[in-house]
Design a binder for this molecule. Structure first.
Ligand code: ZN
Length: 81
């Protein structure tokens, strides 16, 4: 998770959902997010649905992906490379 440390927090406005881009969401707009279930990348604003889990928000391309995630979230999180 070294990527997170390089994120220049000082430059970021007072958004609550700031995350390292490598690990999911970041500021709004055209920021790309990754569906943890199917691995698809898309713009955050195009996410069909999202879910909060352990203080983080995850975005999904379909309700089906979200349901799959909710059934076994840990399976999809921070998988070792
Ligand atoms: Zn998906």
């Amino acid at each position: 998770m070294m990527g997170c440390k390089s994120a220049p927090k000082a430059e970021l406005p007072n958004e609550r959902d700031i995350r390292c881009p490598k690990h999911g969401i970041h500021l709004g707009g055209t920021m790309k997010v990754t569906d943890p279930v199917c691995g698809m990348r898309f713009e955050q604003k195009k996410a069909v649905t999202s879910v909060e889990y352990q203080g983080r928000t995850y975005y999904f391309c379909t309700e089906a992906c979200r349901r799959q995630f909710e059934e076994d979230p840990d399976r999809y999180l921070e998988q070792p490379a």
